[in-house]
Design a protein around this ligand. Sequence first.
Ligand code: SAH
Length: 467
Amino acid sequence: MDHLPIFFHVRGRDCLLVGGGEIAARKAELLLRAGSRLMVVAPELGATLSRLAAAGSLRHRAASFSDADIAGHALVIAATDDPAVNAAVAAAARARGIPVNVVDDPAHCDFILPSVLDRSPLLVAVSTGGAAPMLARALRARLETLIPLGYGRLAALLERFRGRLKERLPIASRRRFVEELLDGPVPELVLAGREAEAADMLAQAIEGADPRAPRGEVSLIGAGPGDPDLLTFRALRLMQRADVVLYDRLVADGILDLVRRDAERIYVGKRRDYHALRQEEINQLLVSHARAGRHVVRLKGGDPFVFGRGGEEIATLAAEGVPFQVVPGITAANGCAAYAGIPLTHRDHAHSVLFVTGHRRDGGIDLDWDALARPAQTVVIYMGLGAIDVICRELQRHGVSAQMPAALIERGTTHAQRVLTGTLQTLPGLVAGQEIHAPTLLIVGEVVSLRERLAWFHPERSEQERN
Ligand code: SAH
């Protein structure tokens, strides 16, 4: 983040705008809408500002800017078409420690003005930090269609009952109450213009609400292989309601960003050969947080039930009587295969697909090599990088051709995805010559050869893969 998004209170405060043209007029309208007392300094005013001045909405000093204009203002905006004047305004404001914005000149800005969606008291501000104002505007326009006009009235209604709600319910139950309220008929009534009915219904609901802490629960959520776009709707909804989230290294940052801001985040790390928290400790954490009435989200990479020890985590919950639900996710095999252009089954090449783990136990890998070596199937090996030599050798020893295509997919579905392809014979050598970043997935089977034709065309990706 390059900026701290804040909403600045200017109601009843003096603000200074330097410039008299139409661009200045846009800023004046914004400052006036926010209730500021506005002084405009400019030798002349254009049509819009003249009108506002004549109506008494702002004061106008018909002169060129001078340093003395700055004093006493809460905020300054320079919007002249003369860079020298704008720079002088910025310098004078900064000398006095007053926040200043120079239109279209980020270097001279202490703050920037976002694109605003106004549903007062609800405000949505969108900014690209000056990088692409057009994009911010386009996005704002989309939000416009998403957030009905009546939402402002809904916010105002909730504001009216805020005090009573606070008296009746402690914070934990209050949030749950509002969440449920938003899923119910009250917002619809407001949007339909039936505000009196909505108010009655809300008042009744508040008086009838159960002030006891809500019952805690656990959602064991598959977060998919990396790309946040691959989350399910349900995963996202539950993540937005989480009080506390337990996650590990397989969960990408972009996904964690989608968890409710105020949720407590607990890293329970866990990587191959290294466990930040033991499984039993994680299980107990889930239980204790849920017992405290929280909505606990346990985020797992991929799908919780595919090599995720999800079964162990819910076994403890079930034994302790803690309510839980499991939300499936896209497992690494599916995500990586799709993003790498490798169909896992194919009428001509593979009639079945096996998901196995290459994780070593006590130095060896415990796999049914004969089953893996059968023809017309695809074998997907999770956690197989460390044993790639052994895997490729054993498959050949059990009858698979040395020329069988194989791929290693690194950080599949993310922007850093890389695919190394070869054969059982060549892949281990190819991989040894590269710096490889976890996580990686190994796919063995004829279907790998289809990749050349089927890899999703994406200029950026193919570029990376060539390198
Ligand atoms: N529950 C997870 C798997 C956990 S085991 C799932 O369903 O995907 C961890 C292994 O998953 C890693 O060692 C790696 O083999 C694989 N994996 C997970 N995410 C991956 C990704 N984005 N790219 C490649 N492999 C991945």
